[in-house]
Design a protein around this ligand. Sequence first.
Ligand SMILES: CCCC/C=C/CC(=O)SCCNC(=O)CCNC(=O)[C@H](O)C(C)(C)COP(=O)(O)OP(=O)(O)OC[C@H]1O[C@@H](n2cnc3c(N)ncnc32)[C@H](O)[C@@H]1OP(=O)(O)O
Length: 179
Amino acid sequence: MYARSGLLSQRSCSSHGRECATPVLAAQRRNNSTATKIAVEFDQSTGVAVMRLQGPPVNSLSLDFLTELCINVEKLEMDKNCRGLILTSSQPKVFSAGLDIMEIYGKSPERCGEFWRAVQEMWLKLYGSSMVTIAAINGSSPAGGCLMSMTCDYRIMADNPRYSIGLNETQLGIVAPFW
Ligand SMILES: CCCC/C=C/CC(=O)SCCNC(=O)CCNC(=O)[C@H](O)C(C)(C)COP(=O)(O)OP(=O)(O)OC[C@H]1O[C@@H](n2cnc3c(N)ncnc32)[C@H](O)[C@@H]1OP(=O)(O)O
């Protein structure tokens, strides 16, 4: 859900000197899901948007989730009044459980390729954003969740010893492909 209307961009985006190969239309084409996993509130008076991840139970990053995230980041990017983005979770105890492992387990190379491209698109969009981006990490954030927060300009994590963060994916035998 996005509180304001906005046209989707067809341009290529420049990301820290590089060109992103995957503009928002690629994400939009994939976005067949009607369920809303991302809620965005934009405060016109401050120019700051809050993006809440609301994919129960643990905000795992499925293809649909990544697609919706990218579309919403792109919409905000296009809005010149939006200067800042706070990324946080609506789910209790978890910021994001990382990549949805069911998206890569037992799937075809083509499907895995599509999924990993969506992962890349997500981090390039956040890392290359011209908005000031802040991850408000209000729960555990392993692997892909950690990656997502690392691509933000700033990270603030709730002080709770039960919340963990880090790159644990090799423990699952998952290695990110070359990008
Ligand atoms: C250079 C960087 C490259 C980036 C690469 C990234 C690779 C990855 O991201 S691989 C995924 C890594 N993630 C994990 O290892 C997280 C594993 N999960 C957890 O540690 C915990 O689930 C949690 C701390 C996130 C939450 O714990 P909590 O006790 O609250 O909930 P659970 O009962 O454990 O889980 C609820 C439910 O969610 C399912 N689930 C958890 N994580 C994932 C996931 N990553 N993908 C898909 N599904 C996940 C879990 O199986 C439970 O499902 P059921 O209720 O059906 O049993």
